[in-house]
Structures are given as structure tokens and as C-alpha cells.
Write a protein that binds this ligand. Structure first.
Ligand SMILES: [Mn+2]
Length: 246
């Protein structure tokens, strides 16, 4: 994160991550590192990591080390300036609220899909509050208009592979019966909002902001344990790390 505040190019941020995990003992990353700044933060599976970083932009890093055959899959998004702008903070806090709503539903007996529904409801209502989507909250949610800015699922199994094997439906091959969570399962929770630079019908102040927050959750008998919770996840804690002296 701190490397990004001095970097000129996204590749330097990806390299800083990869160098750090090697230094700490991992031989591999579990998948290709995604390091996108500004409008590239809105590109899912962005892999070239080769654009210059614009001042004041957000940096989205989706990366994970592989250790003992198991991989992590974590995303953090932060401002390279060290301080969130008003709009960046508004989007960030909304995604965080959606992620927390989904994490609360990671517990035995809950269906895998419930977290998605909870997160999308939070995102949809929040986009209306921010004026990015307009209309009555109930009908905006029902229309799934949020999917223009949040176009991916928010959870997958994780383990030996980053998208680990396992069914998402209770009865494999049949849709509609989401799998019920059990203690010992490991999954990601990763909502996001992406407002690309070319979204010309959206107020310019929002464009070029992509935020995803992703953590790895272990389902426990009582609820869940966030295996990546040592990483800062709030606006305050991210800004504190970014402004730490070396
Ligand atoms: Mn993931």
C-alpha cells in the first residue's frame, strides 16, 4: 500500500506485493496479481498492471500468496494520495457496509446466496442515496439497476485453488437451491462498485472510482472467522497505514 504512494506505474505496486510475499516466505502467488489504478480499478480481471498511476486515484489490489498449497485471495482499495476524497470515501464506505452485511450472514445454516442478496440490497439503496441511481429504492432494487456498477458474484469457495472446487447449489446441476453453509467451509466475500471513466451519464465526480473489498472467511460453529482481518479495512485504518512513516 505504501509503495503505491510513491509509485509511478501500477506494475511497481504489483511488484512490491510479489516481492513482499517472497521475502516473507511464499514461493508463489495463488493467481495473477491485479493492480489497477483509477479507471483500471473498474476492470475486472485486469492483468496488464502497466498504466501510469494518476495522482489522486484509487488503487485496487487483488492479490494473494500461496503457502503450503493453500492460497489467499484478498482485495483492498485505497487512495494513492493517502487520503480518500469525499466521493472515494462515500463509495468505499458503501462497499464496506455491503461487505459487512454479507459477512454477518456467513454462519452455519445460512445459504451461500443470502450474503449476495444482502450486499446487493445495501449497494442498491446506497447508490440511490448518493444520487447515482434514481427512483424509489424498492423498484430500483427490483430492477437490478445496481448490476451496471456491481456486475459480479461476491463469493466463491477458496482453498487449494483460488476458486476452489465445490458446488454452490444444494443439488448439483439444479438452480435455485443455494448451498447451506457448514462449519469448516472457506469462502471469500467480495462486493464491489465500479464507475468507469466512460460512464458519461453519471456525474463526473464519481467516474474512475472502482472499489472492491475482499476477505477470506472460515465458517465456524458459531459464525465465522475473518482470516484476512489483520489487513486494514476501514477508511481510518487504511489512511493510517498509508501515512505511517517508514
Ligand atoms: Mn476472489
Amino acid at each position: 500500500m505504501k509503495a503505491s504512494t510513491k509509485a509511478n506505474n501500477e506494475g511497481e505496486v504489483a511488484a512490491a506485493f510479489q516481492g513482499t510475499v517472497r521475502r516473507l516466505g511464499a514461493r508463489f502467488t495463488g493467481y495473477d496479481t491485479i493492480a489497477g489504478a483509477g479507471t483500471n480499478s473498474c476492470v475486472l480481471h485486469y492483468l496488464t498492471n502497466d498504466h501510469d498511476i494518476e495522482k489522486g486515484s484509487v488503487m485496487l489490489l487483488d492479490a494473494g500468496a500461496e503457502v503450503g498449497y493453500y492460497t489467499a485471495d484478498v482485495t483492498r482499495t485505497w487512495p494513492v494520495s493517502g487520503k480518500f476524497s469525499k466521493e472515494q470515501k462515500a463509495i468505499y464506505d458503501l462497499v464496506l457496509k455491503a461487505q459487512n452485511a454479507a459477512i454477518d450472514l456467513v454462519k452455519p445454516g445460512r445459504k451461500h446466496h443470502e450474503g449476495y442478496d444482502a450486499a446487493m440490497r445495501v449497494l442498491s439503496d446506497g447508490l440511490v442515496d448518493l444520487g447515482i441511481l434514481t427512483g424509489d429504492k424498492e423498484s430500483v432494487y427490483k430492477s437490478a439497476a445496481y448490476s451496471r456498477f456491481s456486475m459480479h458474484g461476491i463469493s466463491h469457495w477458496i482453498g487449494l485453488d483460488v476458486h476452489d472446487t465445490g458446488n454452490y447449489q444444494q443439488e448439483p446441476g439444479k438452480r435455485g437451491g443455494s448451498r447451506v453453509l457448514e462449519a469448516g467451509m472457506a469462502l471469500t466475500v467480495e462486493p464491489g462498485i465500479y464507475i468507469p471513466k466512460d460512464a458519461r451519464d453519471i456525474d463526473a465526480k464519481w467516474r474512475g472510482i472502482g472499489v472492491r473489498i475482499e476477505d477470506v472467511l472460515l465458517v465456524t460453529p458459531d459464525g465465522n472467522r475473518n482470516l484476512s482481518d489483520k489487513l486494514p479495512r476501514t477508511v481510518e485504518s487504511l489512511e493510517a497505514v498509508l501515512n505511517q512513516r517508514d
